[in-house]
Design a protein around this ligand. Structure first.
Ligand code: BGC
Length: 763
């Protein structure tokens, strides 16, 4: 119906005498088409394209449409249904040049069907499952009229105090980079211009995960080598996979805010990496340049941002307000504005919107009768991906899987927590559609269910935190708080435990505790829940902890108390069913930690691939004057890459095809992995490499490859890994990316610590 084909655009423009003097460029020729269009644009229309506004419940829609029709807005975010977006696109089609709007949204781990949080997706180490989650998210979002997502979030996170750890894929550069590529390809499908694709705008460029002390929005001070080696590759991987956009980080980098950072945005991103897409500021970031103390006022902030190469300004009006005056005064060039406008138009072109502005909005008569209908969800896929995303941390005496005939007490504030199941950044997910653990276990037990439920504790007894968490959510009460005194709740749970054969306790964080602006100084389970766990332990009943949380929790005490611990993170819409599948053994857990779990907050950072040091602490060989803490055991509580199964796996010694490698050659490292237990199961075999001596200090080991393999009980397989010079390259002190001849250790293991090792020489 309201399709805008090229011909239509120009017929209509010509009828307004806009293009009377020019010959329209063919739509097939992107550059010519955009140049031609830009020739028709007034300065105000150009600046209008640089404005990305947030659609809030309080915003007068009529006013927005008026602004769009006047050519003052380039795109929106947070408007997320076809009926919402259609009138805005109609308004754009009433504008002088009929430049289409785009509609963006934070589709981070699902759109309507919520998949596990990114940290959980990473725990699957399953690229097919992760890709499936992204593809379904794109299908659902695009069929709601969404054109672009601010995802994936690929900030390396080595500080679990940072609340946004939940939103990233963990601590490891290689793993996060692999996932970054998979997610971008999944979102963009056959191309960002496909009707069932959404353009991916990778974030937060750059280094947001390294904010000081895990405090959100803070500074980042980092050596160039560390940046290039550890933190930048995931963004690069997303761009190499074709990400159409980049969202710029809120933090500063070595004294310059990313939003005003010409080195970051121009020298690195555009020149060195050849990025050709759209650079969007984060929310209000241009204005915040004043708070950073690099801009005196809004005018200077706008100047710094446009000069740095920030194409679109998210949710502030500074570009619209200040760019005309800056241009007039000669403080910025016309080309500064034109470059930005060109990127916005190019992105719209790449999203297929010039060809058809209604590509994802469709016709009104095709709108779903009920936008929130359950039939629009992808429950089976969400359940399967969620099962793959959990990590079994402990399973003493084969406490798990549970027997369906057992009398089970299900306790804890997260047993019936539909909002929390979804995790933060749950897009268009509906709490009412998410399956709680109680629901999932009840369904799994069917008519034989003898589940005894007691809440046992609230999420927290910290009133200030509770108020803050509820303040984060405008639509619903984020955290339910049972008004009964803590001891009454605990007594009820203890009684339930005593009446049962085994206790399952769903404990951890509410989803808002691991979110933007939710940094914590303490990464324990909240104290009132720990009291509950102690009381449950005291009953003497076998205790299974089902952890729900968005960051590693230092569960030192709980590790001793519990007989089994399942790290579920936040599992999404089908979480309750998926957890029940694992608890009852209908699925054998196969996840591995994508981030180290520290013993205490004081140990942070605890990432596995630390650089070598002069006086290392050697476990089992205590020595004075080595790098250690006086008051605790050195080393993590659970290492990177760790995760158990209901079966056992053994690895043979590794065979290396040669003890030397030529610069152009290949080496084969192989191991036999055997399922020595009684159940079929999957595990992740991980390959690490250590550059023993280099021109600069190299990490103790680095993940370089992995394979997730399914083995039937008793089955064995030989796995081969190819090693080439590329796997040995690193950024040296001159930022030259090259491998250096010398000795390398190759390690293969089922986690980062328990490995079998061989060595070779790069010639
Ligand atoms: C976040 C971004 C997000 C944006 C829009 C900001 O506060 O930092 O990650 O994309 O809001 O919702």
């Amino acid at each position: 119906m309201k399709k805008l084909c090229l011909l239509g655009l120009f017929v209509s423009l010509a009828s307004h005498n806009v293009l009377a003097a020019t010959t329209p460029a063919p739509l097939e020729n992107k550059d010519a088409f955009i140049s031609n269009l830009m020739k028709q644009m007034t300065l105000d229309e150009k600046i209008g394209q640089l404005r990305l506004i947030s659609i809030g419940p309080e915003m007068p829609r009529e006013l927005i449409r008026k602004e769009i029709a006047a050519g003052n807005i380039g795109g929106t975010f947070n408007s997320i249904t076809r009926p919402e977006n259609r009138p805005m696109q109609d308004a754009a089609m009433r504008s002088r040049l009929k430049i289409p709007m785009f509609f963006a949204y934070d589709v981070i781990h699902g759109h309507r069907t919520i998949f596990p949080i990114p940290l959980a997706l990473a725990s699957s180490w399953d690229m097919d499952a992760i890709g499936l989650s992204g593809r379904i998210a794109a299908k659902e979002a695009s069929s709601d009229g969404v054109d672009l997502t601010f995802a994936p979030m690929v900030d390396i996170s080595r500080d679990p105090r940072w609340g946004r750890t939940s939103e990233g894929f963990g601590e490891d550069t290689y793993l996060v980079s692999r996932i970054a590529g998979v997610m971008v390809k999944a979102f963009q499908g056959t191309g960002a211009n496909a009707a069932d694709s959404i353009m991916s705008s990778v974030k937060h460029f750059a280094l947001y995960g390294a904010v000081e002390g895990g405090r959100d929005y803070n500074i980042v001070d980092m050596s160039p080598v560390k940046m290039y080696q550890d933190y930048l590759p995931p963004y690069r991987a997303a761009i190499d996979a074709g990400a159409g956009g980049v969202m710029v980080a809120l933090n500063s980098i070595n004294g310059v805010p990313a939003t005003a950072n010409t080195w970051l945005m121009k020298d690195l991103l555009r020149k060195e990496w050849g990025f050709k897409g759209l650079a969007v500021s984060d929310h209000g970031a241009i204005f915040e340049l004043i708070n950073h103390g690099v801009a005196r006022d809004g005018r200077e902030a706008a100047k710094l941002a446009i000069k740095a190469g920030i194409d679109m300004s998210m949710n502030d009006t500074l570009y619209s307000k200040e760019l005309p005056g800056l241009l007039k005064a000669g403080e910025i060039e016309q080309s500064d504005i034109d470059n930005a406008v060109r990127e916005v138009l190019a992105a719209k072109y790449d999203m297929g919107l010039f060809k058809d502005p209604y590509l994802r909005i469709g016709k009104a008569e095709d709108d779903p009768a009920d936008t929130n209908a359950d039939s629009r969800l992808h429950r089976a896929e969400a359940r399967d991906v969620a099962r793959r995303s959990m990590v079994l941390l402990k399973n003493q005496n084969e406490t798990l899987p549970l027997k369906k005939t057992a009398k089970i007490a299900l306790v804890g504030p997260l047993a019936k927590a539909p909002i929390d199941m979804m995790g933060s950044w749950a897009a268009n997910g509906r709490p009412a559609q998410s399956v709680t653990l109680f629901d999932g276990m009840t369904a799994a037990l069917g008519s034989q269910s003898a589940l005894i439920y007691a809440r046992g504790a609230n999420i927290t007894s910290d009133k200030k935190m509770l108020d803050y968490l509820n303040f984060l959510n405008f639509d619903a009460l984020e955290v339910v708080d049972d008004p009964r005194p803590a001891n009454v709740l605990i007594d009820e749970a203890v009684k339930a435990a005593k009446d049962a054969d085994i206790v399952v306790a769903a404990v951890g964080e509410s989803r808002g505790m691991s979110h933007e602006s939710s940094s914590r100084t303490d990464i324990n389970i909240p104290p009132n829940q720990r009291e509950l766990i102690r009381a449950l332990k005291a009953t003497g009943k076998p205790l299974v902890l089902v952890l729900m949380n968005g960051r590693p929790l230092s569960i030192l005490e709980e590790k001793e108390q519990a007989d089994a611990i399942l790290e579920t993170w936040f599992t999404g819409t089908e979480g309750g069913n998926a957890i029940a599948d694992v608890l009852f053994g209908d699925y054998n857990p196969s996840g591995k930690l994508p981030i180290t779990i520290p013993r205490s907050v004081g140990q942070i950072p605890t990432y596995y691939n630390h650089l070598s040091i002069g006086r290392p602490f050697t476990p089992g060989k205590p020595g004075n004057y080595t790098s250690q803490y006086l008051d605790d055991t050195t080393g993590p509580l659970f290492p990177f890459g760790f995760g158990l199964s209901y079966t056992d796996f053994s690895l043979s010694d590794m065979a290396l095809s040669s003890t030397t490698l030529n610069k152009t050659g290949k080496l084969d490292a192989s191991v036999t992995v055997k399922n020595t237990g009684k159940r079929d199961g999957e595990t992740v075999v991980q390959l690490y490499i250590q550059d023993v001596t280099g021109s600069m200090i190299r990490p103790l080991k680095e993940l370089k490859n992995f394979q997730k393999v399914m083995l039937k009980a008793g089955e064995q397989k030989v796995l081969h890994f190819t090693i080439t010079e590329d796997d040995l390259k690193f950024y040296n002190t001159q930022l030259k990316y090259a491998a250096e001849p010398g000795k390398f250790n190759v390690q293969i293991g089922l986690d980062s610590q328990d490995v079998t090792q061989q060595s070779f020489e790069l010639l």
